[in-house]
Structure formats: structure tokens, C-alpha cells
Design a protein around this ligand. Structure first.
Ligand SMILES: [Zn+2]
Length: 336
């Protein structure tokens, strides 16, 4: 059997056992950060369910190859398409019609619904009916980065599988041995990825992503040193313009969250596994200025801001609130 999912052995062996006993659930909720491998796992599960080999998923039979190649007629992937902000009821109704049909080329229909937290209220309620009485030969796999925003009635009808970030050593081995990435680049990618292989691979394909953080870190320093007016101006530079504010703001906040997490590590006396090792001098400086409690509070503010953005709050407003809440030069903790 070849699940070939980095760092998720506990889950894949559980699925393997359920599959062998014919005890798979008809609905799963895969929970974990973006890029950790939720969709890959869902697709591989779909292959395992339809595999014709002796040890599913064999990855080599026609069913496996068509599913893993994204070509199989019985495996549907529902995802937000820009500029959609939510998965509407139309998309769910369309899916439900196809789920009521016999499998077309395989044994089992699988619907993968990505970002389940973005289902509209109506869509979620329509989906509930399918979760309550799924047609035979149908398995639903929902994925989410924000479990608490998925309707509780949906959550309670799914078996929950939590995907953890991949340990650094394992990610490094994968990048160097399987992908032939030089050691120094692998270190940077692993730090950037936060344990999410999908993020690492994306930055490998688009190295400018690694560089994109440099101006964001400079902006963060300007904000931390600035007064109220300057903070708002600097924040506004990220959310200004008419398009893409949300994406730009999220990118900035994720970068800043890595920076604050680094600072917390340094404050705890640890210098291993920093996302931005080049910032170590500024971490030393800020360690003099703020207690670890202020750092933790700032991390909390960032976390909250990211959640608000993911819930489609106004990017400009989220950014304004955040830059004012980050610790000020003379304070020992974040106000508000
Ligand atoms: Zn197969």
C-alpha cells in the first residue's frame, strides 16, 4: 500500500485498517493548516476506494492513475473559484445530482469539498441532508483550515481527522532526497513552509515567494517603531488598491506571525528552526524590549486578525486594528 502522504502515518494507517475491514466512514472532515496535505489525502483515499490492485491504493492501476491524475469521472472536487467568497447552494445541488447517479467508471463516488468553512448557510444545510442519508457507494470528504467555523451539525456527522504539520527533519529529508533540493534551499523552504509540504513545494516552484517576505519584514519593523499615524500609513500600504487586498493582507499577516513566533522561540532561548534566521539580530534587540508575555499577546492578535480575514472581514479594517494593537516601543504589553 502506498499512501505516500508526508508525515500523516497515524491517519493513513487508520484509514488502511478501516478499509481492510470494510469499515470506512461515509463522511470525513480533514482538519489542518493550508498546504499540510488535506486534499492530497482526500484524493488518495478516493483512489484507495476505487483501486483494483491487491493493496489499495496501489497507485498504478487504471483507477488509481485516473484519480490521482484528477481525471476520474466519479471523483468531484468542490473548491472556491475566484472571486467567489463562499460555496453557494447551486454548487451543492449540482454535486448532489451527480452523487445520486451510479458510479460511472469506478466502484465508489467521492466528493471532496475544500474549505468547508466557506459553505454558505443554505449550502451547508442542503449538504446536511446528504450527510444524514448518503447514497450508497458515496463517500464525502470535507477539508477545512478553520474547523470552528464549520457548522456544528456538519462536524458532528463527519469523522474528524486532524493533520499535524510535518516534522522539520522529515520535510528536509523529503525535499533533499525525493526532490533533489540543495541543503541550504531545503532549510529555507522548510522554515517558510511551517511544516506544510504544499507551501514548501509552492515556494520551490515560485522562489519569489521566499523573497516576498523581505519587504513585509521591513514594513513590520517600521510599524513597531512607529507612532499611530505611521502605523496606519504602513498598514494601509498593504491593503491599499482595489484588488487583491485580502490576499496581500493574509500574506503579510502570515509572514508577521512567523516573525513573532521566531521572537518567542528566541525569548525561550531557542535558535533552531527559525523562519527568518537573518532576523536574529533584531530578535535579540526586541527581546530586550518586550517580555515573552507581550510576544504571546501579539501572536494572539495576529491569529485573530488572520481568522477575521479568512471570515471575509474588511482587510483595511482588520489591518488598522492590528497595527494599533501590536506592542508599542515603550510598553511591556500590547494595549487593548
Ligand atoms: Zn490502484
Amino acid at each position: 500500500m502506498t499512501w505516500d502522504i508526508l508525515g500523516q502515518e497515524a491517519i493513513t494507517s487508520l484509514l488502511e485498517r478501516s478499509l481492510a475491514r470494510g469499515r470506512l466512514s461515509q463522511a470525513y472532515l480533514l482538519v489542518g493548516p493550508a498546504g499540510v496535505g488535506k486534499t492530497t489525502l482526500a484524493t488518495t483515499l478516493a483512489a484507495a476506494l476505487n483501486c483494483q490492485g491487491e493493496h489499495p491504493p496501489c497507485r498504478t492501476c487504471l483507477q488509481c492513475r485516473r484519480i490521482l491524475g484528477g481525471l476520474h469521472a466519479d471523483v468531484a472536487v468542490l473548491a472556491l473559484q475566484e472571486p467567489e467568497r463562499e460555496l453557494g447552494i447551486g454548487r451543492i445541488r449540482e454535486l448532489q445530482r451527480s452523487l445520486n447517479l451510479q458510479p460511472f467508471e469506478g466502484r465508489c463516488r467521492v466528493a471532496i469539498i475544500r474549505e468547508a468553512e466557506r459553505l454558505s448557510h443554505e449550502a451547508a444545510n442542503a449538504l446536511l441532508k446528504t450527510l444524514e442519508e448518503p447514497p450508497p457507494e458515496v463517500v464525502l470528504v470535507l477539508t477545512t483550515t478553520a474547523e470552528e467555523e464549520v457548522l456544528p451539525t456538519i462536524r458532528s456527522r463527519c469523522q474528524r481527522l486532524l493533520l499535524h504539520p510535518v516534522p522539520r527533519a522529515e520535510l528536509l529529508r523529503f525535499l533533499q532526497e525525493d526532490r533533489g533540493v540543495p541543503a541550504a534551499t531545503a532549510q529555507r523552504l522548510a522554515a517558510y513552509s511551517g511544516g506544510c509540504p504544499g507551501r514548501a513545494l509552492r515556494a520551490l516552484a515560485e522562489p519569489q515567494l521566499l523573497e516576498a517576505d523581505v519587504p513585509l519584514l521591513e514594513r513590520l519593523t517600521a510599524i513597531l517603531e512607529g507612532d499611530t499615524a505611521l502605523r496606519l500609513t504602513e498598514g494601509g500600504r498593504i491593503t491599499g488598491g482595489f484588488t487583491g487586498q485580502r490576499e496581500r493582507a493574509l500574506q503579510a499577516l502570515e509572514c508577521w506571525r512567523n516573525w513573532w513566533r521566531d521572537l518567542l522561540l528566541v525569548q525561550a532561548g531557542c535558535r533552531e528552526g527559525l523562519a527568518y534566521p537573518q532576523e536574529v539580530a533584531s530578535y535579540a534587540r526586541y527581546t530586550q524590549r518586550w517580555e515573552a508575555s507581550a510576544t504571546r499577546e501579539a501572536l494572539g492578535c495576529l491569529q485573530q486578525a488572520i481568522q477575521h480575514l479568512e471570515r471575509n472581514a474588511n482587510p483595511r479594517l482588520v489591518m488598522d486594528v492590528l497595527v494599533l494593537r501590536l506592542p508599542h516601543p515603550r510598553s511591556t504589553s500590547a494595549p487593548g
